[in-house]
Design a binder for this molecule. Sequence first.
Ligand code: HEM
Length: 131
Amino acid sequence: MSYEQVKASYDRCYKSGDFFGTFYDSFLAKSPEVAAKFANTDFKKQKPLIKASVNMMIRLGTGDIKAREAIEKVGTTHSKPQLNIEPKLYDLWFESLCETAAKHDSEWNEELESMWKERMQEGVKIITERY
Ligand code: HEM
């Protein structure tokens, strides 16, 4: 079960420094569409929110009801009528997450990357189904 390994990887990531600083640098550089969405964002506020929600993404699949509810909420805020985040942008999001983890997790390898992918899939599905 990949939960423990991914959780440990995530712990290493954010203990290593400004993980979500590196993440947003990478993500905003992926496409002008992404950068435009975050044009007015206060990243001091955004970073703790994304940190907590990635934790919830990892917990999905452990049967954690609160995690599911939190991710369903992200699905609502990211839907077409609200933030209007097109489903294709989640591939870029995941690419940036892996690039960032590769820099911040000293134990990063291909096996961990596929475990992360497996753990993120359910959450991305929940969110994009609500688009
Ligand atoms: C699974 C992936 C993602 C997760 C877990 C996530 C999570 C969050 C959370 C927790 C917030 C805070 C507000 C809220 O609760 O809705 C947020 C805000 C936001 N997210 Fe995401 N997000 C994801 C993917 C994306 C993608 C692909 C984009 C594309 C550009 C995006 C753009 C935004 C924007 C524009 C905001 C508002 C920022 C502001 O307040 O200015 N998110 N996200």
